[in-house]
Write a protein that binds this ligand. Structure first.
Ligand code: FAD
Length: 416
């Protein structure tokens, strides 16, 4: 049996190695780059956060805003713990950090890619790099015809696995070609949108606080739905970033907003403290230093730069005596800090980590990753309408869907 895999990224490499581990089928991985796994090398800031240390499957599946339910079979078959065992067996020691992110102990993404390179050995496995697939069709005899750049004759195979990824970070080779191939073979592509990106607000003051970070901020975005979550927030020269913003960008991936149609966002910078507690803190600080000015008292609660912004936003004199300003003025500050009003007007285009949307999951068998529309075709990884939060969940989805397809692609098809 001959199998072709389009895409030498995480999901394609795992599918290929699984085929060699479980069968004698010939497998060819076709990769447009000069080497496989280019995106893997970028992940986790080069350290490759390859999966999560979480073990509860329900909790793991809840980290996928789209595709969690579909992933259930693949995740049970090849859960994060099994992924870790697999890499360790292939002599790549791992470590789990306090926030449950799993990395190679070497902190080097190259080691992850090397595992696959060593396992894909000719003649059973062939890595065809520097080769782009231009189109795919299926013949009436069931074989797939794969047209390649730089090659006169197409490749003919019995099974095809599309592992072309999404269209985020297109410079890595993931340009969204898989959507065209899947559509040509009869599949529906759901709406595509960037996910896991920084967000841009219309207000100018957050940019002035570039570099400030908060370990815990509660974000609430309101449109037709209300999206709320708590996590670390970073203010950058471009707008808002950090894990909480990435997660929010994922939840609102399919919401439309723009400078003319902004999305309301409120930020609570003190989610663990109620208004009374904050107010008491400010009045106690004032009582301890009755001559202090308003800005100085606020600076005991928030960074100095933010204290200045608060005074400006609330149009209150920063140099006035804090004791004279009184509790009523502090209440305004607390109300602001508990619900800072902002307007989302855009995403950091081209900087998103993943693509939301993709091949419709209703058209793929979740137990095998085989297409329900085109027998012999398998779809894996980010090309599917699956995306997760940061923390190793996207690579985990790539490993487990790739694994399942690799196990089933060599089997006799039910309607053969
Ligand atoms: C900067 C960044 C950091 C990230 N960090 C993390 C992280 O730490 N943890 C995590 O879990 N996820 C992370 N992700 C997401 C994760 O990398 C992807 O979800 C995952 O790599 C998807 O795997 P894939 O196999 O589906 O696709 P990809 O890894 O995108 O691989 C697809 C491959 O197909 C090839 N290809 C496409 N079209 C063709 C064609 N026509 N012909 C031949 N080859 C083709 C491409 O060149 C590419 O190599 C990050 C993403 C980015 C961009």
């Amino acid at each position: 049996m001959k199998i072709a895999i389009i895409g030498g990224g995480a999901s394609g490499l795992m599918a290929a190695v699984t085929i060699t581990e479980t069968s004698k089928a010939e497998v060819t991985v076709i990769e447009r780059n000069t080497a496989p796994g280019r995106k893997i090398l970028l992940t986790g800031g080069g350290r490759c956060n390859l999966t999560t240390g979480l073990t509860d499957i329900h909790e793991i599946l809840s980290r996928y805003p789209r595709g969690g339910r579909f992933l259930s079979s693949a995740m049970r078959r090849f859960p994060p713990a099994a992924v870790c065992d697999w890499f360790e067996v292939h002599r790549m020691p791992l470590k789990t950090e306090d926030d449950n992110r799993v990395f190679p102990r070497s902190n080097n993404g190259h080691d992850v890619v090397s595992v696959f390179k060593h396992l894909l050995i000719p003649p059973q496995a062939r890595l065809m790099t520097n080769t782009s697939v231009s189109s795919v069709t299926k013949q009436s005899d069931g074989q797939f015809v794969i047209n390649l750049s730089k090659r006169v004759h197409p490749l003919l195979v019995d099974r095809l696995i599309i592992a072309t990824g999404g269209q985020a970070y297109r410079q890595t080779g993931s340009t969204g070609d898989g959507y065209t191939f899947a559509a040509a073979l009869g599949h529906t592509i759901t709406e595509l949108a960037p996910s896991l990106s920084g967000l841009v607000v219309s207000e100018r003051w957050p940019v002035k606080l570039s570099g400030l970070s908060f370990t815990s901020a509660k974000l609430t975005a309101k449109h037709n739905h209300r999206f709320s979550l708590t996590g670390p927030l970073i203010l950058t020269h471009n707008g808002l970033s950090g894990p909480a913003i990435f997660a929010l960008s994922s939840l609102i991936a399919h919401q439309h907003f723009s400078p003319t149609e902004p999305l309301d966002l409120t930020i609570d910078l003190f989610p663990e403290q109620n208004r009374e507690e904050l107010l008491n803190q400010l009045t106690a600080t004032t009582a301890n230093g009755p001559r202090r000015n308003f800005r100085n008292v606020l600076s005991e609660l928030v960074p100095k730069r933010l204290a200045d912004i608060i005074c400006r936003e609330l149009k209150t004199d920063p140099d006035r005596n804090a004791a004279e300003a009184g509790r009523c003025e502090f209440r305004r500050v607390v109300d602001w800090l508990k619900a800072i009003p902002l307007h989302l007007v855009g995403r950091r285009a081209g900087e998103e980590f993943v693509t939301a949307g993709g091949v419709s999951l209703s058209e793929v068998n979740p137990s095998t990753m085989e297409s329900k529309i085109c027998p012999g075709l398998f779809l894996v990884g980010e090309v599917l309408d699956i995306d997760g939060f940061t923390g190793g969940f996207n690579l985990q989805a790539a490993w487990c869907t790739g694994r399942l397809a690799g196990e089933h692609a060599t089997k006799k098809l039910t309607n053969d």
